[in-house]
Design a protein around this ligand. Sequence first.
Ligand code: SAM
Length: 278
Amino acid sequence: MHLENTGGPLAHPGHELNRIWWDEVTPVHAGSEFYDMDGFLKGKTALDRLELDWLGDVAGKRVLHLQCHFGKSTIDIARRGAAQVVGVDFSPVAIKTARDLAVKTGVADRVSFIESDVLKLDSVLSEKFDIVFTSYGVLTWLSNLHRWAEIVAKMLSSNGKFVIVECHPTMMMFEWKNGKIEHKFGYFHCEEGIVIPPMPDYADRNYTPVNETREWQWSLADVFRVLTKAGLRVTQFEEYPTCCFAPFQNMIECGDDLYRLPDGEPSMPMTFAMEARF
Ligand SMILES: C[S@@+](CC[C@H](N)C(=O)[O-])C[C@H]1O[C@@H](n2cnc3c(N)ncnc32)[C@H](O)[C@@H]1O
């Protein structure tokens, strides 16, 4: 399968702005220590302990990976024995990098990548999958969560499972400023979203992208509501005090490539994970 974008506009003008941002940062990410491409090419996993636990055994499964970035986790799923893995992302730069990486890692026979806005995926893909997976830094880019849940439900086979491991919306309310964690954003969704000016990139703090982004906060209730409305049942849900990166500079590594707040700092949910089925 080698499908391109439908060529039409993305699902929202803010998505165009964000796609430009992702095209800009993807080469920086691919060369960064954070994404550790050398380690990955030598066989190091791209998925952390939480993602692996929630995905479960992927051997022989057909897996759809939404917002796959440049494909490391998608390829990791194939390396773990999945029969077929399809990664989706709206950044042509990310998709090109992902396709090259699939060839380099020898999994191109089982992995393919589709360039598409996730909210318009049903215009280019009509297959069903045993697992639909998405993780870390995905919902904030989406202008319409009802549409996202509809896509998830459309792509999921009747006995399949949807798995999301995502940055917690509570953590997204705060930023590191003046040497401490400061309350910056509201918890609840607002339709127009928030314009985020250029700031040091999460994967390479020495790089500040030229472009701004438009992002949307989605509460946990929003996530539950849209999935339920799309016909899915949330079968497992959990919150964690760890994150796969360090959004606040006082966070410390605590093993398994995860970070937590130091002892003495009041706790905060950093990650949530959810499984949903029909
Ligand atoms: C933070 S990354 C995903 C994280 C992934 N787990 C990783 O660490 O590699 C977010 C991805 O979402 C993609 N993205 C953002 N908005 C999108 C949209 N509307 N449709 C498809 N992809 C989108 C970006 O291009 C980017 O590759």
